[in-house]
Design a protein around this ligand. Structure first.
Ligand SMILES: CC(C)(COP(=O)(O)OP(=O)(O)OC[C@H]1O[C@@H](n2cnc3c(N)ncnc32)[C@H](O)[C@@H]1OP(=O)(O)O)[C@@H](O)C(=O)NCCC(=O)NCCS
Length: 220
């Protein structure tokens, strides 16, 4: 099935997968199994600010970075969190055959030219992880600063696990850098186990970290 932009969508297209009843003083956060078309640039802005160490070396900053990143999103491959129409969180997913970050030369070159796109795509390839056929990889998780520590990140992960189990995946994986112990702690609390530490040398200076930890969680 394809959406208005011609992108492939899962059967669960437009299904709202989790609408919690919040405590009265908290905003109502809806979780969706896709990114609405008109929220793509907001998602790019959120990704660029929350995952800046990884993305700014590739995309830079400003409107061009936002537009290039937004144009490269596969909007079917994420869970988004919205308060009314405001995007407040996003979790990008990667499976063996598709991923949220679907940046291609054809889309990039209008923003960076061919040469500028090629080295950017090479850097993105360094960050890319292709999971096994039974796994979903969390390719990025970001919650808007004003909405953090209210459980939205945990709910995005839980919704992704529900989606993954429903699609027949049995494992969820992710990678967290050594400079982000808070996120690592959160993942541990959500049941992920560290299985491997890997060096990012010689690109640590560029991406401002020394190593990353691969974490997994079984869904069965
Ligand atoms: C990591 C992130 C997605 C968590 O989202 P969230 O909505 O705040 O997550 P939750 O409210 O479900 O859980 C918060 C927990 O995360 C941990 N945590 C997150 N940020 C923290 C911080 N600045 N200081 C201490 N603990 C923090 C704590 O364990 C916290 O639990 P607590 O509030 O009970 O102490 C959010 O902080 C974020 O967008 N950070 C920037 C991007 C990022 O680091 N992404 C992860 C990349 S792997």
């Amino acid at each position: 099935m394809a959406d208005a932009d011609g992108r492939q969508r899962f059967d669960s297209v437009c299904m709202e997968i989790y609408t919690p009843t919040p405590p009265s003083r908290d905003p109502v956060i809806r979780l969706l199994d896709h990114l609405p078309c008109d929220r793509a640039e907001d998602a790019a802005a959120l990704y660029l600010s929350a995952l800046s160490d990884k993305l700014i070396p590739v995309f830079g900053t400003g409107a061009r970075a936002r537009q290039a990143l937004a144009a490269g999103f596969n909007r079917a491959m994420c869970i988004s969190a919205l308060e009314q129409d405001r995007l407040v969180g996003i979790l990008g997913m990667q499976i063996a055959s598709a991923g949220f970050m679907a940046v291609r030369l054809a889309g990039m070159r209008q923003y960076y030219g061919v040469a500028g796109s090629l080295w950017r795509l090479a850097l993105l390839a360094l960050l890319h992880h292709t999971p096994s056929a039974d796994a979903v990889h969390i390719d990025g998780l970001a919650v808007a600063p004003a909405y953090r520590r209210r459980g939205i990140g945990s709910r995005l992960v839980a919704a992704m696990e529900t989606w993954a189990a429903g699609q027949g995946f049995t494992v969820v994986s992710l990678e967290v850098v050594d400079t982000n112990p808070q996120a690592q702690y959160l993942y541990q609390r959500l049941g992920f186990e560290a299985i491997r530490e890997q060096t990012v040398w010689p690109f640590g200076t560029l991406f401002r970290c020394n190593s990353s930890t691969v974490m997994v969680k079984s869904l069965i």
